[in-house]
Design a protein around this ligand. Structure first.
Ligand code: OFO
Length: 187
């Protein structure tokens, strides 16, 4: 009788802390978006490398790794909360870019899109009273402040150098990377 009661209480406790289905769904959608971010920056890196911009390519390769880290963070979290992770098909990113500045404008636009998506997750957590995920997702909220700021910083620098000094810009861009959450150091 006591065992039966304990099992019932444990079950109730488990149900209480389970990941709400709507939160699980939106986190799975975010896995796809972070996966696409990684593919997008990988495609940009490859294009930059082929176009002779080794420094810019290295910045983007490192960024692609960071995005993969974001994707994995979501995968592990869903699993830790006893949810179901869906590993998605990732759509094809563009292979060509009009120029370096145009490409970094696209990076900023993409990061703004990701920020809106993270904010949307915060909203769903509040609706669903999932305060555990609400607390956990704050890491991404803060990360997006930095991601947008670093894209803006690069665009500002590109506006300063114009199109003439790309050699120096390509040499210096890695110095603009903040310490990486993936490697623990620069880039
Ligand atoms: Fe660029 O922060 Fe994740 O997507």
């Amino acid at each position: 009788m006591l065992n039966c009661l304990t099992a019932k209480l444990l079950n109730q406790k488990k149900l209480k802390f389970m990941l709400p289905k709507k939160v699980e769904k939106i986190l799975n959608e975010q896995i796809e978006k972070e996966g696409y971010s990684s593919h997008l920056y990988l495609a940009m890196a490859s294009w930059a490398e082929n176009s002779g911009f080794k420094g810019i390519a290295d910045w983007l390769y490192a960024q692609a790794e960071e995005e993969r880290f974001h994707m994995l963070k979501l995968v592990h979290y869903i699993n830790e909360r006893d949810g179901k992770t869906v590993i998605p098909v990732i759509k094809l990113p563009p292979a060509k870019y009009a120029g370096i500045k145009e490409m970094f404008n696209q990076v900023l636009e993409h990061e703004q899109y990701i920020t809106a998506s993270i904010n949307n997750i915060v909203g769903v957590c509040i609706d669903q009273k999932d305060f555990t995920t609400h607390n956990w997702i704050q890491w991404f909220v803060n990360e997006q402040i930095e991601e947008e700021a670093s894209s803006r910083e690069i665009i500002d620098k590109l506006n300063l150098v114009g199109t003439q000094n790309m050699y120096l810009f390509d040499r210096d861009i890695l110095g603009m990377r903040r310490p990486s959450a993936v490697t623990g150091g620069q880039a």
